[in-house]
Write a protein that binds this ligand. Structure first.
Ligand code: PMV
Length: 355
């Protein structure tokens, strides 16, 4: 277990880098099975969450890093997204770099020129902040490893990467490792932490290995209500205590289910988590609604299909209208046929890779 203090490194050898260097990093997106919703200051989650790390949907970032001739007091970077400079991304990145300075003060000694791209369409509405901040955190840690005066174990670096990514966006903490990730302290789970995420330490039943996630892009484009605003609304939410209690229980339950291979329990829990997340949005003050008619149509069709065929597919949602359809690899063909028959929306096929 690491504490916040462990991530403050006192000594660097800046002279280890004289020439400009290039660092490349890529980080995947993830989809939560037990949802993180609500946070305390410092990006501390109100409850633990458990996610599948995805494989195809990722952010790739390349940084050209040049040591400044004189240390200036400000952070200095250029950021290009898919070939274009993106002034609207800049404040978020600047804030991120500023917020991680206590743990990576050397940032001020360098100029960063970052080029970033997503393997999924940016306008797809699938969460890109998780993979984007995870990729940036990987770059910062790769640089720190080069100049660190101390030798550290690989596990330490992974946890510090997740720790930094968390400061950018909570769910980004879960985009560093694979395949099934827990973030958030749970009194009954040793080694669980609010500060960083770690792989769930149990043997995953074969039925959950190589699970598929086909993402139906119901609504492309920017979210109408940001996740940060949604988290905020949990502070005074009338169902806050019950939701937290449920999420702590569901965290233990999902870990049991992933071990036992009980797919019916998996379906019940995962769909309940998705609908509860949206129920929290619909019952906050002010309330809001992110599901679209097409979202509901697909949910109903999934449930009918399951009843009629005995399929084990199920759905989950993140903070948007898109539907993540989860199913075992053995059902790949049938589900593809089914999804194409019920919707003409674009579908991104992804899966969980077991390392
Ligand atoms: O990481 P954030 O602050 O964008 O929050 C993400 C929250 C959900 O995607 C809705 C749930 C989750 O656990 O990923």
């Amino acid at each position: 277990m690491y504490s916040e203090k462990d991530f403050i490194s006192p000594d660097y050898n800046l002279h280890k880098i004289e020439e400009a260097i290039k660092i490349k990093a890529e980080a995947p997106s993830n989809i939560a099975l037990v949802k993180y919703w609500g946070k305390y200051p410092g990006q501390i989650p109100m409850n633990p969450s458990v996610s599948f790390t995805l494989t195809e949907s990722k952010t790739e970032t390349q940084a050209e890093i040049q040591k400044k001739t004189q240390k200036k007091e400000d952070i200095s970077f250029d950021f290009y997204f898919e070939g274009n400079s993106k002034p609207d991304f800049e404040p978020k990145i600047r804030q991120f770099l500023n917020n991680i300075l206590p743990y990576a003060p050397f940032i001020k000694d360098f100029h960063f020129r970052c080029e970033s791209r997503n393997t999924f369409p940016h306008s797809s509405g699938i969460a890109s902040s998780a993979s984007a901040f995870a990729a940036l955190a990987k770059i910062i840690i790769a640089l720190e490893k080069k100049i660190s005066a101390e030798e550290k174990e690989e596990d330490f670096w992974k946890k510090k990467t997740s720790f930094l990514a968390r400061i950018g966006s909570g769910s980004a903490s879960r985009s560093i490792e694979r395949p099934i990730i827990l973030w958030g302290e749970h009194p009954q789970i040793k080694e669980s932490s609010n500060l960083y995420a770690s792989p769930v330490q149990v043997e995953i039943h074969p039925v959950f290995q190589d699970y598929r996630d086909s993402i139906v892009l119901v609504e492309k484009g920017q979210k109408k209500v940001s996740s940060s605003a949604g988290h905020q609304l949990m502070n005074a939410h009338p169902y806050k205590d019950m939701r937290q209690k449920q999420a702590f229980e569901n965290t233990l339950k999902i870990i049991d289910i992933l071990q036992s291979g009980n797919q019916d329990e998996f379906i019940r829990l995962v769909e309940s988590e998705a609908l509860t997340l949206h129920a929290m949005m619909m019952t906050s003050n002010p309330n809001y609604l992110l599901m679209q008619p097409e979202t509901l149509k697909i949910i109903h069709q999934i449930r009918n299909f399951r009843k009629e065929t005995g399929s084990k597919l199920c759905f989950t949602l993140d903070a948007g209208a898109n539907v993540h359809v989860l199913y075992p690899k053995t059902e790949q063909k049938a589900v593809k046929y089914f999804l194409n028959s019920i919707t003409d929306k674009e579908i991104l096929d992804d899966y969980v890779k077991m390392n």
